[in-house]
Design a protein around this ligand. Sequence first.
Ligand SMILES: [Zn+2]
Length: 606
Amino acid sequence: MNLDGLAHRIVRAALCTALLAASFSATGQSLAALSCELSLASPEQHLVEVKITLPAGAAQRDLQLPVWNALYQVRDFAQYVNWVRAKDRSGRELTVRKLDKSRWQIQGAENGGVVDYQIYADSPGPFGAQLNAHHAFFNLAEILMYPVDGRDAPFYVHFSRVPQEWRIATPLPPAEGGGFAAENYDRLVDSPVEIGNFQESDFDESGGHFRVVVDADTADYDIEKIVGNLRKIVAAATSWMNDRPFDTYMFLYHFPRGPGGGGMEHAFSTAIDINAEVLKQDSDSLTAVTAHEFFHLWNVKRIRPQTLEPIDYSKENYTRALWFAEGVTSTAEELIRLRAGLLDEKRYLHHLSDEITEFEQRPAHLTQSAEESSLDAWLEGDAYYRRPERSISYYNKGELLGVTLDLAVREASHGRASLREVLQWMNANYAKKGRFFPDSEGVRAAAEAVSHADLGWFFTKYVAGTDELPWNDFLRNVGLRLEQATTTVADAGFTASRNFDGPMSVAAVTPGGEAERAGLQVGDTILELQGKPAGLESRETLQRLNPGDTLTLKTRGRRGGERELKWKVGDRQEISYEVKDLEQVTAEQRARRAAWLKGEAQEATN
Ligand SMILES: [Zn+2]
């Protein structure tokens, strides 16, 4: 294992001064650099003290703290700001006036100034910002304000009062004189920061340099095994895209013992949490989420919908394209794992069957389109919204649209093009040209360009519309069909859902059922399921139950109070779907299937 010299840099508790570097904004104006210092003096209290140094400029400056970041959900980080103060360069107090819940105005800053504030940070996981006695992990947008007139200016960040023994890992380049530099605020806050006692490794693959940073109990993982899987993922993804738009990239992992889990994409890094127990039982959990987040470095970070640019940190940033940005990233995740040898045909078709079953079982697939689900992402924090009769998932339908679009492009182009060519076309014509794509219309343009066919029907019916997906029409081409079965399955007597960064909560309890008799109530938080912390894998745990099994839940009621509940699982009839071979699979269908599962056109274009 190699340790990066950068990570060992001891950060001085120096006061930031405005740096003289300048850049040019989109309007052609030269912008003086901004600098800030984040003090970690109070880890036990989870308090970060921030000092932002403003260069000379306008007398009146507005500072904004983002209301959303990492998740497409308004989380109002300003709720954690305890106080805000400002001084001029000579130390004279300046007037600070609050304009709304997340914006402050400073008067008298024409010669520059220093804005100080204290913010509480104890939100764990890859979507949060947290300082505690163990470590700090920051999505900087959740704790760092930006001057509204200076978002395009270079930004320097220093971390001070860092506990001895702690090191810093971030994809940001080091700045001269210590700290880190970013070309602007957007780049700065797209760079997660881990500060603590982590294990680190690195490797070179496919021409790039990769850092692997793990903050977890060393008994819970094997870094060499992780590196082995990462090499395969990197090689498969870069060869599939025929591109590597970076020199270095950082994988940052936490393997917590408690509930939770998830991954967050960034342009030059990813931050991923996986429960330690889940990781030990099943290395698929690591390769699936890692392939997904790694592919995001293209899809959404560089192949980016116009509706997400420029980012509006002050309110919801509505986009119809999350079915593509998230869902098709999940399609690509599975193709990358197939190409990397981390997944085989049988397990892939089983996964596809599960995704189709989940989609068909949600009544809302007939009322909410993939585009509407993207717009409604901002409601996903609400338990009612997550009910099957209210919403579909743009991950779930988006992944299935990626699969069916792939098959439609293959059929329309007689095997000469596939989803790979669609994504490469978007990379070449949008990302590489510095352009953003016009949501679903931009995907359609790419699919039609590579297949030389009109695919308007696909986008009208299945992307903008809620027409039933005719699975067999798509699957026949590769010798497959969908079989519907009514089976007797275990009925736990309740349904539960989980917000990305939140605990699992009970959404509905079957009236008169065993769960209700045991005392389970809507709104209860599920802490443990079958003795394991509730998290990403709980859905699988529930799916594996058999009628007659005993289910054990540890819950917390809406008014507090932990309880252990136990009951015998009942049964019910359920319609499920399975992707299977056609009775007769022709040689042509076999050849097409082989190309499909490699993610390649039959006549490879490169
Ligand atoms: Zn994603």
